[in-house]
Design a protein around this ligand. Structure first.
Ligand code: UDP
Length: 331
């Protein structure tokens, strides 16, 4: 059994991965500044240190076997209006984290990268050798970190994997029964927004563009269940070897349109979901679908929750719990 530092372990993906590590018998420390994460998201059994990634040096020592690095700002729109914040935190913070790892002799890293490193795809599905031309400072900051990690592997023998997520969705019930899911304030992602409409918390969902060159005119995305994603991180820890930087896409290889997502939410929840047509959102490619071939070959990863209905059912369960908790907190 091993000991891992999880940066950003109070956030959506980080908390689900931390729960998986604990359930596999590992020891986990979560470092999170709670700027967007929630303390109650840190799974029971993990040690929690409130702090920024720049402070990783005061946590890491030779007793750690590796780091899983999720702490980052991740709003594409915000990165366009406040790019400096993204360079300082996502890139500057990771420089400090890599230095702390070097100093403490921690030689394994799994990094939460993104499909946004590719920008507008040149083909579908996207493979890891396709051009990387991010269209936002967010994607550029993640790509810069991918390059930094590659250099660290070559220069200092770090064992590392960058996992490029497509559209992460769904929720995970930890062994203590806590449902860990996605919440942003304000919410900007499609599935949580459509679920809020189903709950009656929003009047309607805006469909951003119905004139894309796709079968129903709306954008197509590759939705991947957060628990499948978490499993890939544990496999990446095993697969990582000194001096190599492994880059893998994580997606199902299937695309679903915005309209299919809305229809699935109607079916799963049994609630009406009014929709309105809105203009295209700037910077949205028509289709983003992963080739997950490399993750299959190199990690032995096989997503098992690939149906949209299952993903939406789990997300719906979380949305209901989160809504009840918010109501209780207000009372
Ligand atoms: N989308 C939409 N209405 C919304 C939010 C999102 O039509 O209120 C669309 C968005 O344009 C994109 C897809 O849903 O085509 C997925 O968007 P999301 O922000 O969830 O993820 P992204 O693909 O941007 O990472």
């Amino acid at each position: 059994m091993s000991k891992y530092l999880v940066t950003g372990g109070a956030g959506y993906v980080g908390s689900v991965v931390a729960a998986h590590l604990l359930e596999a018998g590992h020891t986990v420390t979560v470092l999170d500044d709670l700027s967007t994460g929630f303390a109650e998201g840190v799974p029971a059994g993990a040690e929690f240190v409130e702090g920024r990634i720049q402070e990783a040096g005061r946590v890491l020592d030779g007793s750690y076997d590796g780091v899983l690095h999720f702490a980052a700002h991740s709003q594409v729109g915000e990165s366009v209006t406040d790019p400096d914040k993204y360079w300082r935190n996502n890139v500057g913070g990771t420089i400090e984290l890599l230095a702390a790892m070097r100093e403490s002799g921690v030689r394994k890293l799994v990094f939460s990268s993104t499909a946004a490193t590719y920008g507008e795809p040149v083909r579908t599905p996207i493979t890891e050798t396709d051009p990387t031309e991010p269209t936002s400072p967010y994607g550029a900051s993640k790509l810069a970190v991918d390059h930094m990690i590659g250099g660290e592997c070559r220069a200092h023998g770090l064992a590392a994997a960058s996992l490029r997520y497509f559209n992460v969705a769904g929720a995970y019930r930890s062994r203590e029964g806590t449902v860990l899911g996605e919440r942003h304030d304000p919410e900007s992602h499609l599935i949580p927004i459509v679920l809020q409409v189903a709950q009656g918390r929003r009047e309607s969902v805006s469909v951003f563009g119905e004139d894309y060159p796709t079968p129903d005119g709306t954008c197509v995305r590759d939705y991947i269940h957060v628990a499948d994603l978490a499993e890939a991180h544990l496999l990446a820890l095993d697969a990582a070897t000194g001096g190599e930087h492994l880059v893998c896409n994580l997606g199902n290889g299937n695309g679903f349109s915005v309209r299919e997502v809305i229809d699935t939410v109607r079916k799963v929840t049994g609630h009406p979901v009014p929709e309105v047509t809105a203009p295209r959102r700037g910077g949205d490619p028509a289709v983003l679908v992963a080739s997950a071939e490399r993750a299959r070959e190199r990690l032995g990863w096989q997503p098992s929750r690939s149906g949209l209905a299952g993903i939406v059912e789990d997300a719906w369960q979380f949305a209901q719990v989160a809504h009840q908790e918010q109501g209780a907190a207000r009372r």
